[in-house]
Design a protein around this ligand. Structure first.
Ligand code: ATP
Ligand code: MG
Length: 444
């Protein structure tokens, strides 16, 4: 394959599609006599007519040299391969909070060209790369990347795209093609298989025959993959905007059990969890409109039925609704950690789950006012609504909350009166017998 340098006007794209922070970073690298290119999803998505999620940059400067250029705004991260995060705190005059414009943090990731040489001592017993801090040329870097469409280098200042691997042709043919020998590349890093499937569904591309050929052999390797890497990959699937079709595809290729513990439990069974499917559908639909999405809502929603089913069991043992819900959350804690969920994420999910009890048996007007101020209120409300859609919640009660949330302060007295008659009458809640027992902190 020969190197191709193509001016962007020949590709039907314009420089305007690039984020200004990314352009600023590249200009600054140029000023210090280094090169700088947008690579990966940033240019791939523009060429496919989509809006990129982020703009990663590569350069011939080492991480230490990059840090010197961007000084306090740069942070070197990563062990297996060092990269630099350049942090921008941008003022958004359109979003005012407490009379001040919102400051939005934007991070640009800069990596140094990778070398084609991987030392033997940096491979584990299965041939997987474990450490990788050798720097190389742009060409070497190009052949280290996973797919040809992810291996294009875009210089927004000189308005050219550089292609070493045939990525531009594959963009045109809408094909995902692995670079080099497929089996070897998957043995080096089996997660590439998951990436191929996710990118194919998200971008509606075909996976090339050769790229897919070693599938059955490689998918077994994923079982040994690092847990936190798989968790990251699971989040990328959930946030891809096409989670439903991606998970279907994983099911079709018969991904082995234990790769995604959560998907095994929710979807890869005879009876997929209908609420979890609903949460994914809602997330996919929302991501078509906005990037403003809550991971806590998604995870808390996906796992709600695990909590709910145990909650119902604990209620039968005579515990108060709060105690039973709390016990159920504790009972599922280890499983949730085993998926890769961090402690602080779990704690936020717990808030969303505990608030379901308040939605089901609304507390006093004063407590409801306090509830509205809890930071997780919106996520908890969206979960309550999704539960209503799968008929886990009485419609009268849901409609009361809907009207309450939309009402002004003046109308709320009337609504509280209405609620008292509702609770006294026909509304069925899982926790009708809610006791007045004080809420206690969960056992550690
Ligand atoms: P997304 O839109 O999901 O961000 P992306 O392709 O930009 O897609 P990243 O994880 O941000 O995905 O990776 C950036 C680039 O790094 C990729 O486009 C690819 O060139 C390279 N890359 C990422 N993961 C691998 C991998 N496992 N093996 C080889 N190259 C990789
Ligand atoms: Mg990316």
């Amino acid at each position: 394959m020969t190197k191709k340098i193509v001016p962007i006007h020949k590709l039907g794209i314009s420089g305007a599609a690039v984020n200004h922070d990314a352009v600023y970073v590249i200009e600054k690298l140029h000023k210090h006599n280094f090169d700088g290119y947008i690579v990966g999803g940033g240019i791939r998505d523009i060429l496919l007519g989509k809006t990129p999620k982020d703009f990663d940059i590569v350069t011939n400067a080492t991480p230490e040299q990059v840090r010197k250029i961007f000084k306090r705004n740069a942070l070197i991260i990563g062990k297996r391969f060092k990269i630099v995060h350049v942090i921008f705190d941008n003022i958004n005059p359109e979003k005012i909070i407490n009379n001040r414009p919102l400051i939005e943090r934007h991070i640009i990731e800069i990596s140094t060209y990778r070398s084609s040489k991987v030392h033997k001592h940096n491979l584990n017993e299965r041939g997987r790369i474990t450490e990788d801090n050798n720097y190389g040329t742009q060409k070497e870097d190009a052949f280290r990347r996973d797919f040809t469409i992810n291996s294009l280098y875009y210089d927004p200042i000189n308005e050219i795209v550089i292609d070493y691997t045939g990525g531009l042709d594959d963009i045109e043919q809408r094909k995902i093609r692995i670079i080099g020998n497929a089996e070897e590349r998957y043995i080096e890093d089996p997660v590439r298989l998951l990436r191929a499937i996710r990118l194919a569904t998200k971008l509606e591309l075909d996976i090339d025959q050769n790229t897919l050929a070693p599938l059955d052999k490689v998918k077994q390797l994923l079982v040994h993959e690092n847990k936190s890497r798989l968790y990251e990959e699971m989040l990328k699937i959930l946030l891809s905007g096409s989670a439903v079709s991606c998970i279907k595809k994983l099911y079709q290729i018969k991904l082995p059990r234990r790769v995604f513990l959560l998907f095994d439990k929710l979807f890869f069974t005879n009876k997929p969890d209908t609420l979890a499917v609903k949460i994914l559908e809602k997330t996919d639909a929302r991501l078509k409109e906005t990037t403003d999405i809550s991971l806590i809502f998604i995870l808390a929603g996906l796992m709600w039925n695990l909590i709910y089913n145990d909650w119902q069991e604990f209620l039968l043992t005579g515990l108060s609704p709060f105690e039973a819900l709390n016990e159920s959350i504790l009972q599922n804690r280890e499983y949730i950690y085993s998926i890769g969920v961090a402690k602080y994420t779990f704690s936020a999910m717990r808030d969303v789950w505990l608030m379901q009890l308040d939605f089901e048996s609304p507390p006093s007007p004063r407590q409801i006012d306090a509830m509205l101020r809890i930071p997780r209120f919106r996520q908890a409300w969206h979960l309550f609504s999704a539960r209503h859609e799968v008929e886990q919640i009485d419609s009268t009660l849901h409609s009361w909350w809907e009207r309450f949330i939309e009402s002004n302060a003046e109308d709320r007295d009337e609504l509280h009166k209405e609620l008292r008659t509702l609770v006294g009458s026909s509304v069925k809640t899982a926790t009708k017998s809610r006791s007045n027992s004080k809420r206690r902190k969960p056992k550690k």
